[in-house]
Design a protein around this ligand. Sequence first.
Ligand code: GAL
Length: 907
Amino acid sequence: MGPGFGSVAPRSFFTSDAASLSLDGTWDFRLDEGDWGAITVPGHWQLQGHGSPAYTNVRYPFPVEPPFVPSDNPTGDYRLVFDLPENWPDEPAVLRFDGVDSCGLICLNDVELGVTRGSRLPAEFEVGHLLRPSGNVLTVRVHQWSAGSYLEDQDMWWMSGIFRSVALLSRPRGGVADYEIHASYDHVTGSGTLSVEGGLLSVPELEVTDLLPGQSFSLAVEPWSAESPRLYDGVVHTDAERVPVRIGFRTVEISDGVLTVNGSRVVFRGVNRHEHHPRFGRAVPREVALQDVLLMKRHNVNAVRTSHYPPDPYFLSLCDEYGLWVIDECDLETHGFGELGWAGNPSDDPRWAESYVDRMRRMVERDKNHPSIVLWSLGNESHTGRNLAAMASWTRDRDPSRPVHYEGDFACEYVDVYSRMYASHDEVEQIGREHAHGLPFILCEFAHAMGNGPGGMIEYRELFERYEHVQGGFIWEWIDHGLERDGHFAYGGDFGEPLHDGNFVIDGLVFPDRTPSPGLAEFGKVFEPIRITGTEAGIRVESFYDHVGMDHLRFDWVYEDDGVEVASGTLEVPRTTAGARADIALPELPAVSGEGWLTVRASLAAPASWADAGHVVAWGQILVAEPPPATPPGGVELVHLGAVLRHGIGEFDPVTGLLTKLGELTLDGPRLDLWRAPTDNDRGSDHPEERAWRDAGLHRLQHRVVDVETHPSGLVVHTRVAPPAWGFGMLADYHWTADGDRLHLRVDITPDGEWPCTLPRLGLRMALPAADAVEWFGRGPGEAYADSRQAARIGRFTSTVDALQTPYVFPQENGNRADARWLRIGGVHIEGEPVFDFTARRWTSEDLDAARHTDDLVPGDRVHLNLDLAQHGLGTASCGPGVLPQYRLHARKASFAVTFVPASGRS
Ligand code: GAL
């Protein structure tokens, strides 16, 4: 129940000019005393051919009888023989382990040094006296399970081994044992105050030379913020050692219940980041950590919670450099005790007290010099108790400069900010109104990004803007934890685990290979730091930056007539300060014959460290010219031709009333469709839409032809569409009329009987011959749903059927394009009245529903096209609130019209 032992006191993570030797690379390895082979360090043995990963969310995969773990405890033996580089100094030295999961017994040259516990925390062992010039034998015996596993029940894969770097570091006598820099900023005077412990400090750029420990010095500086991450390079030094340091001046405060940095209220537009790589698990290569940071910055993410353990220290140095607010979270979660009603939870058991505080101490000491860290977090989902309170009070004593966060302290007894996860919009509104606990409020997790979604982000943004002390939140989560295997990404259960939580580990804004999902595009748009909207007088540009003005941006506009550019220019925007706004007149625009949209983009005027010049930070669209009214087709007579009905370019089956041919194209005619392959959010536990839909039988509707009426002016097909076994259904009347090359369909829908549930979708479904190219005028380029559509702009787009698909790791409804005015696909041109949504795929909704991995979807020889009046929203019920009332789709009377034209007849 105690922490590891034998290690030296924790200190900050740094490199210096003292000698060092990386021990990363190929080591000898055997599992459970099997044959010796090779393994890469850092890495997990389960991803290198030994054993298998296993995924559980909350439940411990072993009997809960702390501190005992199964006798059948996978054990890896690591061995490395190394020589010292030439000229290795005769000084003390330490072996540093940055992460060993879950515990390691360390021996050097047959001497036992101690044991590491706390998988995502460093441990250093004194070894100077044991080193020899060559043939040093380092062995580490790692157990998959240890008492520490009870404290590491995070929602992620169970994977073991030496998964972070190992190094041998010379620690010269008289060197920098540890250091701490205090660099605060006074936003009233504009001066920074600097002091150092552990050595002398020099910062050439500030003309600070040899500042003595304990002395403090004030001078004019530029502050550090996530928006403007100004760092000053310096060096902490003694006669024996020089440590390069990067200093950011900033002050975190809570005043009047509002969290501020450098005097300004901050809003976290954040994500929760686990360390994950589809091949290397939690051994994330450095260039991939950088890729995360760049992707975040390019999508307007300004904050990261390091859920639920301290990350590789390199990630924090990237946050300092590129600018992200960080909540650094301790390696602690005992969620599985919740299954036992929290009986025996270590958080309130004094026998675990030292382990709790040890973990916090090791994180705070390691990471204390990062300006990006603005809050310390005690851990996650460990209920509440004295040991957590002890961690908080130790932290406050040690580092009064940063507030303490922990979500599980519902009563806010020992935290400085009130934090919740997945609170609904209504509840956040209430917290805002009442200023609950008088503290700053954040959502440490919200908008669960599992599968298609999350929906409802913009409504959260509105709450962050309405209440000063509602200061943003962190999407759950950054990345899908899929593991590459057999041509797809694997999730829980794919490794034969007896106990698992399926695809609940696939809930990120980026796919496992870090391809942005539509959810990330939506995030980037919803949380853009500049908002561009239309007003009666023209254009409004509002800043949502907390710290910087707009000098780094340029504003350009384009004007499009039915999606075709007709004019463009640059917009002069008065230079405003953070949080200000400007109203600007519309530029002079030419007359247009179609729908006229003005798009204004704010982009980087010069290259930033995280994106090229021209990177679009924000955009807005203003409708300047309404589309001209359409003329409904009509006038062509319906004729009976043997076994078919001919109406203009359409041919119909006289018995079923179905369209069979359009010009030369053979179709499986449009029919009413209500079904979609359920999303993870539809399947969510609290709002089981999917169950209601399946119980109602919406996935197996039957179509009964009531009557096919023929008139000289057209065809009316009366049908009743209903699921088996139930009495309710829909009356659907198809009205066909034609002129020249245009065939017009209006469908009138009337619910018949009491409907017990919402509808997944309301529209038409048809099949076309195989097609590739797609073009449309509407929202794009990406997918959009009723409650996740901010990122899709109005324009003319081209794509292919394959590129319209979003490859969610667990297949589900995807790829909807919204508000199409017209669509051209497979030789057909379809016009809306005024708009429709569409999806087009080489498989059916039923295939999509049945698939479990992306490679279960096999293209057929037809394209299945849905033209929808509407779809049910997405919500975030896979964990959290469901679809907001305004985005729920109910059975009601509706009319929906489209016009079909052979594409050859259109320009
Ligand atoms: C939270 C938890 C996260 C994750 C999420 C659901 O309760 O803190 O670790 O499990 O739910 O994906």
